[in-house]
Write a protein that binds this ligand. Sequence first.
Ligand SMILES: N[C@@H](CCC(=O)N[C@@H](CS)C(=O)NCC(=O)O)C(=O)O
Length: 258
Amino acid sequence: MPRARTKSKMQPVAASRPTMGKRGAAQRAAPIELYYWPTPNGWKISIMLEECGLPYVVRPVDISKGEQFTPHFLAISPNNRIPAIVDPKGPGGRPISVFESGAILQYLGRKTGKFYPRGERARVAVEEWLFWQVGGLGPMAGQARHFRQYAPETVGYAIARYTDEVNRLFGVMNARLAEHEFLAGRYSIADMASVGWIRLAEKLGQDLTQFPHLKRWFETVRAREAVRRAFAIRIEAASKVDVRDPNVRAILFGQRAR
Ligand SMILES: N[C@@H](CCC(=O)N[C@@H](CS)C(=O)NCC(=O)O)C(=O)O
């Protein structure tokens, strides 16, 4: 199980222990850097890296302390959001950075040829469900969580609107998964993108027992060894964050153009 240390800002704190193939030594020399915080968007990429057996180091970005605004991180992720990666062995053997979880999943899928099929029909199915997640489930669940847990006042209309929308989206997934084992048929980056939000179902005001096919899928995906390893990465500082702390709230909420 990967175990993180939090020594200093943006230092590597954890590395996966992937199964090394013949090229293991060369890969070990140049791990992918994962700019990460343990959130549903961060989990997507740790899952994919674990699934692919790619060596990586976790560089925590403490978003509760504002590390997402450091010039170093903004050069990699101009949207001041995790996750982001730097692949020292990008196209042409030169380093490349990638931000936005969907773009990272696609990049890693193309790089490895895993979980992102090449055939056009299968690829379209993966992309439909990947974009459904990044454009729908993720943002709606994020708003639901904000108004249910973090808003300074209880805004009934906002809670109902986003909780209902997440409920609708869970229903869409449930219907899809009644007909297909995984979102795009076979296990893919689309499943990796969604699983972290389903993990938070209760916090989003959802009861998984009302979505039996989604529940079956969730239990299958979270039981995968790679997914378990990704969810097991501990960032000590993250477990101590108190979202009621005014300093944390000032950083995370009410952000405007800088
Ligand atoms: N569209 C982005 C969303 C990423 C995102 O919202 N990341 C959150 C953590 S889950 C973050 O970095 N928040 C920092 C902040 O709010 O300042 C993606 O899919 O990568």
